[in-house]
Structures are given as C-alpha cells and as structure tokens.
Design a protein around this ligand. Structure first.
Ligand code: ADP
Ligand code: MG
Length: 629
C-alpha cells in the first residue's frame, strides 16, 4: 500500500472548495457522471479504432444510494485507471487544476459563482459533499485494479485491490451536513436536471414494468410485472440527430420531453447545426407568446456535449431570443468565466449572431412558404420580432421582408406594401407620409371611425414595446411619421389642402374660448378651437403623440425621456367651432345653461376616450336621466 500527500501547495484546500462553491454543491454529481461518461466514450473510441481489444457492449452508468453506510456510489464500465493513472490524473493533474481555480477566484466574493461553479473543479467537487472519497478502478488493460482513498486532508492512500469488472466506482462517504444527497428524491431530481440527455444510459434503481397478459388468462388475473433498470436519460436527444431524420412529430415530442409541464404546442422550431467556425447544435422553439414578455419558467437550456449547464443563456443567445425555448449545445462556449467576459468573447459573439441569422432566415422562409399561415401566427410571434428589430440592427434589416403591420380590419402589410398603399391616398403638403395607428380597437373606436370615414388605413399596433418600435422606424425610414388616431383631430393629423372656413369670427372665437376655459378644468385639458366639418363631433379629446409616446417609452424602460413616466396625463380638448352645438354654447344667455351644455359635451367626449370613471361617471348618468325624463 502506498500513502502520500497530494501534490498541493495551498494548505487545506478542501475548506476552500466548500466555501467557494457553496451555492452550487449539487454540481458534484454532474461532474462525477461527466467523468464516468467520458471514460465510457473513451472506451468506445478505443474499441472502434482497435486499440482496446474487448467487446464494447452496452455499457451504462449506475448511481446507487447506500443508506446504511451513508454512501453514494457512481459506477461506470469505462476505461478505468491503473494505479499509475490514478497517481497521475487524480493526485497530480486534477488537483493542480483545482488549486489554480481557487487561486484565480479567491478574491471574488462569489460574484460570478454561478457560472464559475459550472465547470472547473471536476473530480474534487466530490469533497463539497463527502468527508471521504474512494475510487475503486480497474483499467481495460490487464493492469491490476487500484483502490484510492482520501479523507479530505491532502493525505491519500493507494493500494491494489481485486475488482474484476472493468471500470470505475466512486464511493462518496457523505458528510453530516450533506445528508440530503442520500435522499432518493434529491438524487433523482439532480439526475433529471443535469443528466437527462447524456450520451450513456444512466441507471438509478429499478422500476416495475407491466407485461402483456399471456393468452388464456382470466379477466381478473393481474397482468404480470417484472423489475427493469430505471434509466433516467435519453442518450439520443433530437438535437443530436440530423434534421433530415426528424419529422414534425419528433420535434414536438422532444419539446414535451424538455418541458413536461408545458401543455401548449410550440408554433414552429429551428434546428441549429454548425461545425465551422465553431461547434453548435440545438433546437429552438417559438412558443405562443402573446403579449407576455416575462416568461421566466421554461427557458432555453444550455448544454455542453449533452451535459446540462444552465438555463441562463444571457450573453450567449441575443436577448430578444431568450423568450424562445429549446436547447443549444456547444463545447465552444467558455463557462468558467464571468458574464461580462462572455459577452466580449469573439466565439460567443459569432454564436450569437449565427443564432440571430438562423432565426431570421427561418422566419423569412416561413413567410415565403405560406404568408397566410405566417399572418395567423403573427400575434404570437410579433413580440420576439419587434423586440429583435429594436435591439439588433442586423435583424432589423432582415425583418423588413417579413415584419408585418396589421390594420384594424385584419389586413397585414409589410412595410413596403404599407407605404405603397398609403402613398396612393395621401397627398400631404410636405410629402411626409403619416401612418395612422391605434393601440386599442375598442378604446379608440370613435377616432378610428373618423379616420376610416376619410378613407385612411389605420394600423393596429398593440404590443407593449410599440412606442419604441415606431420611434425606431421613424429614425430608420425616410419621411414617415406615426401618429396614434387620438393624437389630434383627423384633419390635423393628415393635412388636407382644402381648408375649412370658420363660421365664427375672431371676436366670437375669443369669447367662446373665455367661456370654455371658465368651466373646463385647466389642469386636465387645454382648449383648442378648430374649424372643422359641421358634422364632425363638437368636442374631441386628444392626446398629443409626442408626449404620450415619451411617457409610454419611459414606462416600458429605456429610450424615453427621464422622469416622463411620472408626469400627469395631459389632454387637448378640440372644439369644433363649426358645430351647431358650439354655436349654441356661445349664444346661450344664461350662465347656468351654458355650463350645463359644456359639461355634458365634455363628459360625452371623455366617455368616448374612456376617461369618464367613478364619481364623475355616476354624476353624468344621473344628469343624463334627468334630461330625458
Ligand atoms: P477532467 O474531467 O476535466 O479531466 P476531473 O477532475 O473531472 O477533470 O478528472 C480528472 C481526471 O481523472 C480525468 O481526466 C480522468 O483522466 C480521470 N478520471 C476521473 N474519473 C474517471 C473515471 N470515472 N474513469 C476513468 N478516469 C477518470
Ligand atoms: Mg471531469
């Protein structure tokens, strides 16, 4: 038997390991299973090239809990190690890796602990949960089996043993503060989290399987059962296969496998597959998103060679695509670095722009294949597309071909089609195209109706980020401006050449304004007199585009003016001086009646902008009943 000290200069490294990876203790299991998988795949390789002259067979990895002895076992049938290899790979190299790791992150107060914990410690992460670790291993060569033991101090023992079968068994004597890892539920939870798609079958206990009833058995006889290995993983997940080998159904099944709690089917998927200049495979799914921008539960999962790493893909996948679901698998993403480093990394940047391009191409081909189908999906995918147009210039460019602008009547235009259409019936003086839109078909109904009466198209733009998007379009495109239908009276939004002549003279206007301003609350409305068609409404409440948009933008974050979100709502009261009722207000002799007319007309205007609520609404209704009784 050999004893010795592990090659280490940092005194007592184990407490450090514990401290630094505190939040991520559970990753020890993934590390050990990764090693077992590596060892198995190495053997597969060696047999395939004739280097190891043995039958590869169907090796699996077994995870076993021994409650009586307080141990957890990870057993593989891979290459195994000779005593010399244990000396070299475990005592020397592996530990020096751990040492370097601790050295590097000693000063960082766990700031990036999340990602640091992902990889880097390997075998020694076992000491996060074990007070003593044993390795019993038999190499695929004829060298005798070896037994290594270490109790968490730099001292170890290494002796010969008589294990017959090829492979390695790691035995963890679980520490008193880590007994959770002796619980079946905890371990099976970890196995599903980290190892669900690893390439070698992983056995955890057995399960009972019902067999078909043999013929001539009675109805009441129970079906026979037998115990089978409980394999917790799917070693050949869909993303590792060629897209040509997969049917639509296979993609849907894989989605269910990934997100067993998701009952809705995805809209479509994108299979990613590159091997140059970096390696990346994966499948992204577009879920039905609707208006919801904060889908946090079922996120894109990042794998490295089928080992689960994280579901925080920030920095690797462009932000607007983090709303999608699915997996990406790449050995080329550096993991033991901080997020900010990740974002500056050249390879990662390429990955991110590759993904963006693939998504844009897919959307484009869906659009071209069936525009009708694409239009049907638009409401569910627009958030991602609009968000992408805002945040990635490359995507903005590509999206010109498939981004849609629906009208309130359900016609979908591309931007070019829209401009073409609007040009045909707009002859604005300063040839700037005005694009009318509504944010809510019901709330802005009256305004939409008067725009349509004039023959204008009105878009329905109702995503939460729409104010940002139109701001972007106005700055990228030439000579267009977007205005919401309730931004002003329609004849002011789109200027016509023919001016309407006012029925009132300047003096009359002056006194009308005085009367109105006495009664209409100044803090809420600013009165604006306009000579309009006599059959247009007498009072119209509008909200100037610029102010409203800035306010919305600061509420949805970024882009807007600082502090705008807290400003009170300000409206204009547009009064049609050519309307009969307005003439009557001006000419009414008694103050009382004048006041009544103004208040009633103002309330009606508020009602059509959905601004009349609570006490004021009650008073209005009462007043209206009194009028008709
Ligand atoms: P890494 O896996 O990154 O090489 P580890 O610390 O996880 O680092 O493992 C160190 C080395 O120990 C491995 O490279 C391998 O040579 C050896 N090793 C660990 N576990 C096993 C195993 N189950 N079977 C064979 N060799 C192993
Ligand atoms: Mg390892």
């Amino acid at each position: 038997m050999a004893t010795g000290n592990i090659n280490v200069s940092v005194e007592n490294i184990f407490p450090l390991i514990k401290k630094f990876l505190y939040s991520d203790h559970e990753i020890f299991l993934r590390e050990l299973i990764s090693n077992a998988t590596d060892a198995t795949l190495k053997l597969k390789h060696l047999t395939s090239i004739g280097e190891a002259k043995i039958e590869y067979g169907n090796p699996m990895i077994e995870v076993k809990i021994d409650k009586d002895n307080q141990t957890l076992h990870i057993i593989d049938q891979g290459v195994g190690m000779t005593a010399d290899e244990v000396e070299k790979y475990i005592n020397q190299i592996a530990f020096s890796g751990a040492e370097e790791f601790i050295e590097k992150y000693k000063d960082k107060n766990g700031k990036d602990a999340g990602i640091i914990g992902h990889f880097g410690l390997g075998f020694y992460s076992a000491f996060m949960v074990a007070k003593k670790v044993e390795i019993i291993t038999k190499s695929y060569t004829d060298a005798p089996a070896a037994h290594w033991t270490c109790d968490g101090s730099p001292a170890f023992t290494l002796e010969e043993t008589d294990k017959k079968e090829r492979g390695t068994e790691i035995i963890l004597h679980i520490a008193d503060d880590s007994t959770e890892f002796l619980e079946e539920n905890r371990i099976s939870g970890l196995l599903t989290k980290y190892n669900k798609f690893m390439p070698v079958p992983i056995k955890f206990g057995t399960r009972t399987e019902t067999l078909p009833k043999p013929e001539n058995t009675k109805e009441e006889d129970p079906a026979p059962t037998h115990e089978v290995d409980n394999i917790i993983n799917n070693p050949n997940p869909a993303w590792t296969k060629a897209p040509t080998d997969l049917k639509d159904e296979d993609y849907k099944n894989f989605y269910r496998e990934l997100y067993p709690m998701q009952f809705e089917e995805p809209l479509f998927n994108i299979h990613l597959n590159v091997d140059y200049p970096f390696n990346l495979t994966g499948i992204l799914y577009f879920p039905r998103l609707g208006q919801d921008m904060n889908m946090q539960k079922d996120r894109i999962q990042l794998y490295q060679n089928q080992v689960y790493v994280t579901d925080n893909v920030e920095g690797i996948v462009p932000e607007f695509l983090t709303m999608l679901r699915g997996v990406i698998d790449s050995p080329d993403i550096p993991l033991n670095v901080s997020r900010s480093y990740l974002q500056a990394d050249g390879a990662v940047k390429k990955i991110s722009s590759y993904i963006t391009r693939k998504v844009a191409d897919k959307l484009n081909s869906l659009f071209n294949e069936s525009r009708e189908d694409f239009e049907k999906k638009w409401d569910d995918i627009k958030i991602v597309i609009e968000y992408g147009m805002l945040s990635e210039d490359k995507f903005f460019e590509k999206a010109q071909k498939f981004a849609l602008y629906p009208t309130v009547d359900g016609t979908y235009f591309t931007y070019d089609e829209l401009v073409e259409k609007i040009k045909a019936n707009q002859t604005d003086k300063d040839d700037k195209l005005v694009i009318l839109y509504a944010g809510d078909k019901d709330a802005q109904h009256a305004y939409i109706a008067s725009a349509k009466e004039k023959g204008y198209e009105v878009l329905l733009l109702d995503s939460p980020i729409v104010s940002h998007l139109i701001q972007k379009l106005e700055s990228e495109k030439e000579k267009v401006s977007f205005v919401r239908v309730d931004g002003d009276h329609i004849d002011n939004l789109i200027k016509k050449d023919d001016e309407v002549i006012s029925k009132l003279n300047d003096e009359e206007k002056e006194s009308l304004k005085t009367v109105l301003e006495e009664i209409v609350p100044k803090t809420k409305f600013s009165v604006q007199l306009e000579a309009m068609d006599s059959n247009a409404s007498p009072f119209i409440i509008t909200q100037p585009e610029f102010m409203r948009r800035m306010k919305e933008m600061s509420q949805t974050g970024g882009g807007g003016m600082f502090g705008m979100g807290n400003m009170p709502e300000m409206y204009n009261l547009v009064v049609n001086t050519n309307h009969e009722l307005v003439g009557e207000i001006l000419n009414t002799k008694t103050k009382k009646k004048q006041e009544r007319l103004i208040n009633q007309a103002l309330d009606l205007a508020r009602l059509s902008q959905n601004l009349l609520k609570g006490e004021e609404l009650t008073a209005f209704i009462k007043r209206s009943y009194d009028m008709i009784k």
